[in-house]
Design a protein around this ligand. Structure first.
Ligand SMILES: [Zn+2]
Length: 144
């Protein structure tokens, strides 16, 4: 079956076309971001009424989401880290594969603290980590 999505290695910049790599994120980093948000909420929630009030300094100090990266197995300098969550390139060929992964990952409490939403959006436009092929769906502005 033709491939719609080709992961691009963050280390060497080449496509991961022989299924010899993966898309990965550091669960440790995502958990650290999650804990920072939890501490932020606890620090800024009024115990009397549960309302959230904070100043811009506090919210701007929150960490950025953990970033999903693609790498060839041989290029990944941290390939032995058990704390990395990896999606094999062989199981991420089509946009429908990404939907399946999104459904699977939705149960992970750390997922919102990664840039997975950006990964999903990049299946429309391509990016430095995902090359797309085949028909491109039209772009529609996000609805609010
Ligand atoms: Zn590489």
């Amino acid at each position: 079956m033709d491939r719609e999505l080709t992961l691009l290695c963050s280390t060497c910049g080449q496509g991961i076309v022989q299924d010899d790599g993966y898309l990965w994120v550091s669960r440790h980093e995502a958990n650290t971001v999650q804990q920072a948000y939890k501490a932020f909420e606890e620090r800024n929630t009024d115990p009397a009424d549960g309302s959230l009030a904070f100043d811009l300094t506090d919210i701007s100090a929150l960490p950025a989401p953990a970033v999903w990266q693609a790498d060839h197995s041989e290029c990944d300098p941290e390939r032995d880290k058990d704390s990395h969550y990896r999606i094999p390139a062989a199981r991420l060929r089509l946009r429908a594969d990404l939907l399946d992964w999104s459904a699977h990952l939705a149960e992970k409490p750390w997922l919102p603290h990664t840039d997975w939403r950006d990964v999903m959006r990049e299946t429309r436009t391509g990016s430095t980590r995902i090359a797309i092929s085949g028909p491109r769906p039209p772009a529609y502005p996000a609805a609010f």
